[in-house]
Design a protein around this ligand. Structure first.
Ligand SMILES: N[C@@H](CCC(=O)N[C@@H](CS)C(=O)NCC(=O)O)C(=O)O
Length: 199
């Protein structure tokens, strides 16, 4: 059985939990307290971070790498596009999401005023650029839920928690977020601490 070492409030671990629950497969989530990190995390991930997936002899870290592995091992429902060109484009977008949005998570988590305010501004501007897309389509890649929606969802869930306010014109993006939040896989993947982030 696969074991996912997962932070109970960590947005990167949240991504992997979503994929595991969307697939409805057999796995175990091992909760990791990031404020009192057990030593075995450093033993299995040289970067000493979560998430980490252990599948028999295979040890993987980096949320997007873990998620692609799970998607390939358990292809139903497939979350990466089947066509190589679309798959390459999806990977390119995943990279952009890391650089433009998730690179600010550390500052948002640390919440030191000046750096966190700057991060909030960057994230807000980048998210606003996505708004027109959701006036036209249901999900990031079209009408099907995909790995890109998985990748961005933990941030959308945490907007209020991180103190990021979007203007009313962000309505199509917020509607998109609600579409993800009502998926059974998404609901099942939430930890009690994550559930408490949104009223
Ligand atoms: N790029 C990594 C980021 C993982 C990451 O930054 N994890 C943080 C939690 S947000 C962590 O474990 N930090 C170690 C610590 O807080 O001690 C991924 O996608 O998995």
């Amino acid at each position: 059985m696969m074991n996912l070492y997962s932070g109970t409030t960590d947005p990167f671990s949240h991504r992997c939990r979503i994929v595991l629950y969307e697939k409805g497969m057999d796995f175990q989530v091992v909760d990791v307290d990031l404020f009192n990190k057990p030593e075995d995390i450093a033993a299995i991930n040289p970067y000493n971070r979560v998430p980490v997936l252990v599948d028999r002899d295979l040890i993987l870290y980096e949320s997007n790498i873990i998620n692609e592995y799970i998607d390939e091992r358990f292809p139903h429902p497939q979350l990466m596009p089947p066509d190589p060109i679309m798959r390459a484009k999806a990977r390119q977008i995943l990279h952009t999401l890391e650089n433009e949005l998730f690179s600010h998570i550390e500052a948002l988590e640390k919440n030191q005023k000046a750096a966190a305010d700057k991060a909030r501004g960057h994230v807000r501007d980048q998210l606003m650029q996505l708004v027109p897309l959701f006036a036209k389509q249901k999900y990031m890649l079209g009408d099907e839920f995909s790995m890109l929606d998985v990748a961005v969802a933990p941030l959308l869930w945490r907007l209020e928690h991180y103190g990021i306010e979007l203007p009313k014109t962000a309505a199509p993006l917020m509607k998109y977020a609600e579409r993800i939040f009502t998926r059974q896989g998404f609901i099942d993947a939430l930890t009690p601490s994550e559930r408490a982030m949104r009223r």
